[in-house]
Design a protein around this ligand. Structure first.
Ligand code: X8Z
Ligand code: ZN
Length: 616
């Protein structure tokens, strides 16, 4: 189990407290005072292994409490989850602090790695003050709950409030710019009430981080990558620079096509794209405006959403397709409890956190997903994403608890997406979902669809944490939260809000990972890693030819190769895990760039021919 985040992938960061542990009859971690003498390696071993067991047990409790809270959001379940997470967070902060006593001691390599992971175990550390710990835990739970309860209630239609799933559907399907604007504004209104609590949360987390020896929470988050924290930020910039020309070409083409659809008054020729016109509340992925692009669709092209709906595939059936893919690679089927305990559809009688997540509640085999599945292509892919988490969690289950996590957090986010890259037309034909595979001449169209999802996401994946790093660093103060957010969105993504925004708004709060406090750099890394994994797996499977046509479905050699990396968990630095699968020790954007080379050429030709300008 990844103790930093319990065993919840995509779920909220958790929290805990020594005073409460003591009052509950538990043993708090040893304090500095009682351990002045230079400790021995034997003491270190005992201490670290005890911490590991203790945090494991607390993690399971917090996991159960969070599961119940996110499936039945009420004041009571929020409180129960806050308490359990407070205990866990305070304990992991204390253990992290204490682990530094053993710095400089010569330890066996496995134990030294455990020491490092323990030192990093606090994802959002609470300061050493019971009042502050409780305040932080309450804020974390209430922000997570508020996002889950978030709704847009269109004026005059009080009984027709739309939750995030309904707003997402509207943003994906509507082509009425006024309606899109109303929905965009309606959803973004959920952020404003979070603003003050968010600012307070930043203060408390930073105080906790400083007690652990980090400059701020952002520095702690950046320390999780087996390299100096400053190098990590540079590494992200290096990868982005390699991919920026591709993004700019896609941006120019998409803007030009939206201008054709929505007109010159709404879409500028050379300015940022209005954020409400890209088919997604956060403009993070643009696949929903694919139908507005006039690329040459071959007659055999298909619409997976339509196919799934026509076949009356239900949510469970969608998940079955995903499971079957992993099984075809040699992974064992999911346990019966997965099917009994997961949440696949949005309940009508209560508030739940609909944002998709994957869980291993007992860090043994209580795997579950929680997702409000809609029958459409996007969710078909997201299901593969979530199952990737579950199969990863199970692959590293035999590692000791401190090693139960992904090589780095980008790896966890990349596994399911890697499998989804193998959901090619050839694969869909093999499993009987389509009858005819579009010819090679249809590849540009396929690549455009893929790019609207994969490439469009890159700057968003990068900027969410750039904003948070600036906030944690104090470079952006609460009075500039929204201004800084939109500067980054304009600068990196080239999008602009549909109307002028103010500091009374808190637009970052309308994106799940901000109130739920889930770090976001992982998704940027995952976009790059998944292409690197895909390239390596196709090679292992002996499949040659263009990577967009490669599917590793049914290939046990590729499955074995993938499992080798997954089963390492985080027992070794991520560079070792990457090498196991790809032979490379560096994250490498060329796999993604190469995949899209034919599209880049096509986009540049189109932009030139149509007179579309590049940049904003
Ligand atoms: O949050 C997720 C997953 C759960 S870890 C559904 N994703 C990011 C998002 O929705 O913003 C996947 C892609 C990026
Ligand atoms: Zn995920």
């Amino acid at each position: 189990m990844n103790l930093r985040r319990v065993a919840i992938l995509c779920g909220p960061v958790v929290s805990l407290l020594v005073a409460q542990m003591a009052s509950r009859g538990q043993t708090p971690p040893a304090s500095n005072e009682s351990n002045k003498a230079r400790p021995t390696a034997e003491e270190a071993k005992k201490y670290i292994e005890n911490a590991e067991t203790e945090l494991f047990n607390l993690g399971v409790k917090a996991s159960r409490a969070s599961w119940v809270e996110e499936n039945f959001i009420t004041d009571d379940t929020e409180k129960i989850a806050a308490d359990a997470n407070e205990v866990l967070n305070t304990a992991s902060t204390e253990y992290a602090k204490e682990a530094h006593r053993f710095d400089g001691l010569q330890l066996a390599p496995g134990l030294a790695r455990k020491r490092l992971l323990l030192e990093l175990a606090a994802g959002f550390p609470a300061p050493n003050d019971p009042k502050a710990q409780k305040e932080l835990a309450d804020i974390l739970a209430s922000l997570d709950g508020d996002y889950g309860k978030g709704k847009w209630c269109p004026e005059g239609e009080k009984r027709k409030c739309l939750d995030v799933t309904a707003v997402e559907k509207l943003m994906a399907e509507s082509r009425d710019p006024e309606e899109l604007k109303r929905a965009w504004l309606g959803w973004h209104a959920i952020g404003a009430p979070m603003r003050q609590r968010y600012a307070r949360m930043v203060e408390l987390g930073n105080a906790g981080a400083r007690e652990l020896g980090y400059a701020d929470v952002g520095a702690l988050w950046r320390s999780n990558y087996d390299m100096p924290p400053d190098d990590f930020a540079k590494e992200e910039d290096r990868l982005w620079e390699q991919l920026k020309p591709l993004y700019l070409s896609l941006h120019a083409y998409t803007r030009g096509q939206l201008r054709k659809k929505y007109g010159k008054d709404l879409v500028p020729a050379d300015g940022p794209i209005p954020a409400h016109l890209l088919g997604n509340i956060w403009s993070q992925e643009w696949n929903n405006v694919y139908s507005l692009m006039d690329s040459a669709k071959p007659p055999e092209s298909y619409d997976l959403t339509k196919i799934l709906q026509e076949r009356r595939t239900d949510a469970r059936g969608m998940v079955k397709y995903g499971e079957e893919f992993f099984v075809s690679l040699g992974f064992a089927p999911l346990p019966p409890t997965f099917w009994e305990r997961s949440l696949f559809t949005k309940p009508t009688d209560r508030d739940v956190v609909c944002h998709a997540s994957a869980w291993d509640v007992d860090s043994k085999e209580d795997l579950r997903i929680k997702m409000c599945i809609q029958i459409r292509e996007e969710d078909f892919r997201t299901i593969h994403h979530e199952l990737g988490h579950n199969f990863y969690q199970r692959a590293y289950i035999n590692q000791p608890p401190l090693f139960q996590g992904s090589a780095n957090d980008g790896f966890h986010e990349a596994v399911g997406d890697t499998i989804a890259l193998s959901v090619t037309p050839e694969y869909l034909k093999k499993i009987g979902l389509i009858e005819t595979v579009p010819p090679a001449s249809g590849d540009i169209d396929y690549l455009l669809q893929q790019a609207l999802e994969k490439v469009a996401f890159l700057p968003f994946g990068l900027l969410v944490d750039k904003w948070r790093w600036e906030v944690f660093r104090g470079q952006v103060q609460p009075e500039n939260y929204n201004k800084a957010w939109w500067e980054l969105r304009r600068g990196y993504q080239g999008v602009a809000p549909p109307v002028e925004r103010a500091e009374a708004d808190f637009d970052p709060g309308a994106k799940y990972h901000v109130p739920a406090n889930v770090p976001y750099a992982r998704y940027f890394l995952a976009r790059i890693l998944q292409f690197q994994f895909h390239r390596a797996l196709c090679k292992a499977a002996g499949i040659t030819g263009p990577l967009d046509r490669c599917s590793i479905y049914g290939n046990k050699t590729a499955g074995e190769r993938l499992n080798q990396m997954l089963s390492m968990g985080q027992s070794k630095p991520w560079q070792d895990a990457l090498e196991t699968l790809t032979g490379q020790r560096q994250m490498d954007a060329t796999a993604l760039a190469d995949y899209f080379v034919p599209l880049k050429t096509w986009l540049d030709e189109q932009n030139k021919a149509k007179g579309y300008r590049v940049g904003w």
